[in-house]
Structures are given as structure tokens and as C-alpha cells.
Design a protein around this ligand. Structure first.
Ligand code: SAH
Length: 511
């Protein structure tokens, strides 16, 4: 570890941080640590969606790229803001798209901080000029094709006499040319390079929104790229690339080969759990749109929870019916200074593999695990466990079905039911509803997500989307809401749902 790592943002220090090109997976570990601990975050417009999600809820977030009713914030103003906030004893993250020192004015900001005598740290980021080509299947260097790469700004008007760029020298540059901010000037740039002697037949590419959902890439030749880009309607932010390596895309393009490439999938789980499902989907190439319809509200203060936890050692059987239940039971235990040893006398049952995993993370191996994440399946698995006259605890959500406690009572158990949490409706934000409007798939992982999403979005439900349900109970809720279930998972957990979705996508074919 370097000295800079694993230290949260410090008071009075400014961090010039690269946020990468857009894909949240391309943010460095150091950047995440600082975003999660800073008092103030001054960020650019180009910072990708989701990257600020980890900021502290009480952090001051300032969009210095654009402010409502105001033009872009002046560079001097940004520098003044950094100085002022850090002098006030706050930790400040200045978050910039890509790398802060590659066409990001990070150099100027560092100079201003040095001059003001303010302590600062620079956190490099993955720059768009490397990442966008990489996601398009274009290596910027290659043993056979390019032993050098130049990063160039295409922002300057190539016609203006005082241009800092020597286009003739760039035309002769023996390697790959990567241009930032060049789309608008592309016709002039291509013309200048040709005039400087660059081969008009040289392979060329333009990549719009690299590493983001909906990334687009056009390949052509130096001479024909302006026409191809205009025809495809590519716009900023885009990277232009000139060099033999562009032709390698044919063989290397990998993004497009992923099973869910080009598909947008709505995830309706609670925010805290949505991200693992969204991560799996993104890994398969999908654009995952998080539209949480529910929120988990812990209910750990009730006397019932208190008593159940205090008496945990007295139960012969403890049943957990969700990963949230497992997590919250341990939280309740912690408030009474208890740990996994409280289960020493009990048979521990988990409704499915996800709940068993949540227990395992906390040092408890479930004795009985349901196969299918439904009460009926757990009851089957519990057939061998003698519960007659014995105290049983069912720890679960307030709104859960009574199938499990009823059946256990019928088998003669003395059943206590405690509600550890309640699932309440979350009203999704407007931007997320809009993003979901054209989605290819909507996933439902519980009946509460179905009911609450429909209550929240009503007529704006994406009617064209195919609906994927995690299992029969969720499917029933979908049908009760007057919608069709297109895909139902065979295994009733997130991995099973994804598997079913991928199979459907392969069948339905590309959009
Ligand atoms: N500091 C940034 C660059 C800032 S200049 C970096 O290191 O990446 C802004 C230009 O970067 C845009 O005009 C565009 O050319 C490029 N750019 C930024 N993000 C991009 C992306 N996701 N895809 C393609 N180009 C991008």
C-alpha cells in the first residue's frame, strides 16, 4: 500500500480525484474511499451516474459543471471554492471525469492550491482516451501497429492562426492519435491531418459515451470518418482515434458479445439490495436501471424483538426468511451485546441459499436450507425436524405470509413470530422513472416490488418491457396487477432470475 491509501479524506485537504470515464466499475479504490468520506464534493458534469451514490448523506455536493439557471461555473470560482472550503477545515474532493491531469484543468487547480498553501493530493483516474477505445475493442498501442500514442485536444479551432497544435507534426506522428473534444471540429481535423500527409485510408474510429450504457462506436478511414460520424449522429463526449489499431476492433470487440449487450433492465428491489443484482446484470452487458419500489424499515425497537433476542438460547428452532432478516437479527443481537453463540442450542433454518449465505457471513452455518426461497420449500426441508411441544422462533418481515408459522404450529410447535422489519413503498425519483420508460425488461423479486412499483408509477409503467419474475408468488402478484409474466425463474433467487433473463434474451434476439 502506498502512503496515500486507506486514509479517509482529511480536514483541510483538497483531493483532485479522477472519476474515470463513466462505468462505475472504473473508479479507483482510492477515489471511492475519498468520495465516501469527504465533507464537500465539487464535481463535473461528466462524472458518471452512480459514482456519487457512496457520498455521505450529509456531504455537500456541488455540481460545478452546470448549475440550474446559471452557465458553467468559472474556473476561478471553482478554485476559490476549493480554497474557501478547505480553509474552513473541511475535506474537499474535486471530482473530475477521467483523469484530473488529462485535459481536465487539474494542473491549474493544483497550482492554485499550491499557491494558496493548501495541502492536496492527486488521485489519477482512468482516462477516456484509453478506456473508450478499450471498451470498443481498440488497443491504443500494439506491437505490430503502434509503438506510440498521442493524446490531443481537438477543441482548438484548427483554422485559428495562434493554435498551439502543430497539425503537420501530428500528421507525421508515428503512432496512434487519440483526440479529445474533437467531434465538432472533426471535418477540419481530418482535413488538416490529410493536408499534413497522413494516409487518407488509415483506419479511424469515433467512440461516443465510452464505457457508459449505450456506448457507440463508428469505424471508418481518416478520409471517411467525418461523413460516417455525421451519418450516425455521434455527439460529445466522444473520442476520435486515428491509427492502424482501429482496424483491430473487428477481432477484439468484446462488449457487443456479452449476452445482455444492448438490453436495458429495470431493477425494482430495495436500493440496498438492488446493487448486487444490478452489478450481475451490468457484468453481462446490460444497462441496469435501478428503480427501487420498496425500502426496508428496520423495526428493532419493539418489545417482541427485544424479548426474542433475550431468549434466543431457549429456542429449539430459529427460522430466518430473508437475508435482511438474518442481517437485522444480528443487529438486534448486537444491541444486547450478544453474538452467534446465542444460537448454540438451536437448529437454525434458512429459507433459501441467500439467507444461508447472510448467516454464514456472520459465523452461523444453517442446519436446514430451503431449496427454493419459499416457505413451502423450507417446510419440506424441515420435515425431519421434530418440533412438537418445542419453542420455535420465526424472525421475518412484518408483512410476510403466515404459511410457515401456521404449518409449524400445526406440527405442534410453540411458535413465536417477530417482525424485524417492514417493507414500505419507496417513491422512485423522476429521472429513474424516465430512464425506465424504454426498458427491455422489468425484473420483480417479490410481490411487494410489484404492488409498490405499480402504485408509484401507475400509467407510466414501461408497457413494452418483458416482465421477469423471481418465482410463482411474485408472478401471481404480477398477474393480479393485470400484467403478463413473460419469464419466471426456475431458481427463486437473484442468480436464478438472471439466468432466466439471459435465456430469454438469447431467444428473443437482438433488438
Ligand atoms: N479528464 C478527462 C477528459 C476531459 S475533456 C479524461 O481524462 O478522460 C472532455 C472530453 O473527454 C470529451 O469531450 C471527450 O472527448 C472525452 N470523454 C470524456 N468521457 C468520455 C467518454 N465516456 N467517452 C468518450 N469520450 C469521453
Amino acid at each position: 500500500m502506498t502512503s496515500g491509501s486507506e486514509v479517509a479524506a482529511r480536514a483541510g485537504v483538497v483531493y483532485l480525484v479522477g472519476a474515470g470515464p463513466g462505468d462505475p466499475g472504473l473508479v479507483t479504490a482510492r477515489a471511492l474511499e475519498l468520495i465516501g468520506s469527504a465533507d464537500v464534493i465539487l464535481h463535473d458534469r461528466l462524472v458518471g451516474a452512480g459514482i456519487l451514490d457512496g457520498a455521505r448523506p450529509d456531504a455537500e455536493l456541488v455540481d460545478v459543471g452546470k448549475r440550474p439557471g446559471q452557465a458553467t461555473v468559472e474556473q476561478g470560482e471553482i478554485e476559490a471554492l476549493m480554497v474557501e472550503r478547505s480553509r474552513a477545515g473541511r475535506s474537499v474532493v474535486r471530482l473530475k471525469g477521467g483523469d484530473p491531469f488529462v485535459f481536465g484543468r487539474g494542473g491549474e487547480e493544483a497550482e492554485a492550491l499550491a499557491e494558496a498553501g493548501i495541502d492536496f493530493e492527486v488521485v489519477p483516474g482512468v482516462t477516456a482516451g484509453v478506456a473508450a477505445p478499450a471498451y470498443a475493442g481498440i488497443p491504443v498501442t500494439h506491437r505490430d501497429d503502434a509503438s506510440a500514442v498521442a493524446f490531443v485536444t481537438g477543441h482548438e479551432d484548427p483554422e485559428k492562426p495562434e493554435t498551439a497544435l502543430d497539425w503537420g507534426a501530428l500528421a507525421r506522428f508515428p503512432g496512434t492519435l487519440v483526440l479529445y473534444m474533437g467531434v465538432r471540429n472533426l471535418p477540419l481535423i481530418a482535413e488538416r491531418l490529410r493536408a499534413g500527409g497522413r494516409d487518407p485510408a488509415e483506419p479511424a474510429a469515433a467512440i461516443e459515451g465510452g464505457t457508459r450504457p449505450g456506448q457507440r462506436c463508428v469505424t471508418s478511414t481518416l478520409a471517411k470518418l467525418p461523413g460516417a460520424v455525421a451519418e450516425a449522429g455521434l455527439r460529445a463526449p466522444a473520442i476520435l482515434l486515428f491509427g492502424a489499431v482501429a482496424a483491430r476492433r473487428n477481432a477484439i470487440a468484446w462488449l457487443e458479445r456479452r449476452p445482455l449487450h444492448g438490453r436495458s433492465v429495470v431493477v425494482t428491489r430495495a436500493r440496498a439490495q438492488a446493487s448486487d443484482l444490478a452489478t450481475i446484470l451490468r457484468g453481462l452487458g446490460a444497462e441496469a436501471i435501478e428503480l427501487p419500489a420498496i425500502r426496508i424499515e428496520p423495526r428493532l425497537d419493539s418489545p417482541a424483538v427485544h424479548d426474542a433476542v433475550a431468549d434466543l438460547h431457549a429456542y429449539a428452532l430459529v427460522c430466518l426468511t430473508s437475508p435482511n432478516g438474518a442481517r437485522l437479527l444480528f443487529e438486534a443481537m448486537a444491541t444486547q451485546g450478544r453474538d452467534a453463540r446465542a444460537f448454540a442450542n438451536a437448529t437454525v433454518a434458512a429459507i433459501g441459499p441467500g439467507t444461508a449465505a447472510a448467516l454464514a457471513e456472520r459465523g452461523v452455518t444453517a442446519d436446514v436450507v430451503g431449496e427454493r426461497f419459499v416457505a413451502e420449500s423450507l417446510l419440506e426441508a424441515l420435515a425431519e425436524v421434530d418440533v412438537r411441544e418445542r419453542p420455535v422462533l420465526v424472525a421475518r418481515a412484518a408483512e410476510a405470509r403466515d404459511v410457515l408459522p401456521d404449518a409449524l404450529a400445526e406440527r405442534g410447535a410453540r411458535v413465536d413470530v417477530v417482525a424485524l422489519y417492514e417493507t414500505v413503498r419507496e417513491d422512485p425519483d423522476e429521472a429513474a422513472i424516465e430512464a425506465a420508460a424504454g426498458a427491455d425488461y422489468v425484473t420483480f423479486t417479490s410481490s411487494s416490488t410489484v404492488r409498490n412499483l405499480l402504485a408509484a408509477v401507475g400509467e407510466r409503467f414501461p408497457r413494452e418491457a418483458r416482465i421477469v419474475s423471481i418465482g410463482p408468488i411474485t408472478s401471481r402478484a404480477v398477474r393480479e396487477a393485470g400484467l403478463e409474466v413473460h419469464v419466471e425463474a426456475e431458481r427463486h433467487d437473484p442468480a436464478g432470475l438472471v439466468e432466466a433473463l439471459v435465456a430469454d434474451a438469447a431467444e428473443v434476439g437482438a433488438r
